[in-house]
Design a protein around this ligand. Sequence first.
Ligand SMILES: [Fe+2]
Length: 286
Amino acid sequence: MMWKESYRLGVDRIDEQHIELFRMTEELIRAIDSHASAEAYQKALKFLKDYVVYHFADEEQYQASIGYAGREEHQKEHREFTRTVFDYERKLKANGYDLATLKDLAGMLTAWLIYHVADTDQKMVAREKAVYGQKHFGRCVELFSESAAEVMETMAGFDRSSIRLRTVHNHQMQGDVFVEIELVGEVTGKAVFGFSKELALYLVNTMTMMELTEIDELVQSALCELTNISCGNAASELAQRRISCDIRPPVTCDGTSCGTGVNGVCVDTAAGGLEVVVLVDHEPSL
Ligand SMILES: [Fe+2]
């Protein structure tokens, strides 16, 4: 099962609803895997959409009842996610529940739900911890790769001490699946994540409890969401240092998009590697 006991907040009502959301996501993935009928998808999606709206309203009510300080920020995430699910539903209705779009939805949904419940929601019941402590970062790429390591730890259950960060200079970026995010604001440029096939499949199989062997739309979409969350966290960290940086939606690209001779950080895990490259007009002083 995709749900883990470690996701439990200790608020029974909310925990039960989270379990139900994981169950629905799992059901959707299994339906896609067995090539269900359009009618089955339509039903699953309607149920999911209605349940997301119901759950978010209930969770927000709970946040209000405990006077949760991070309420506004959290509700913004809920709103954005709801909009995304509605957009997918519209797109799917229009294209007759096309399999590629369904996989795209399932990948995003899985990655978003796991991170939201395993990290964001936990902040409601815990004192917000400073994720990066007082760590010093010389360059943006160090901050972005650290953020990626933290997100992978949360999502795939890696032991943080088993993840090694290693700087690489002046080479052709490595990876089998590349995701790019445009950065705008004081920090303008792009962040590119290059996942090895091995790591990509490990991450998505761990999240979905499936045994996928190929990089399909579901894998790409989950990696896009993972990159989105990592860069979003890095951007929030920059904001705390009073450096504005907005991120645009993630897109897949190819490894040549950075050109040759780049400097990056390789995030080595027991399940394969990820290389992070951040190309910015001016390095801010961190
Ligand atoms: Fe939430």
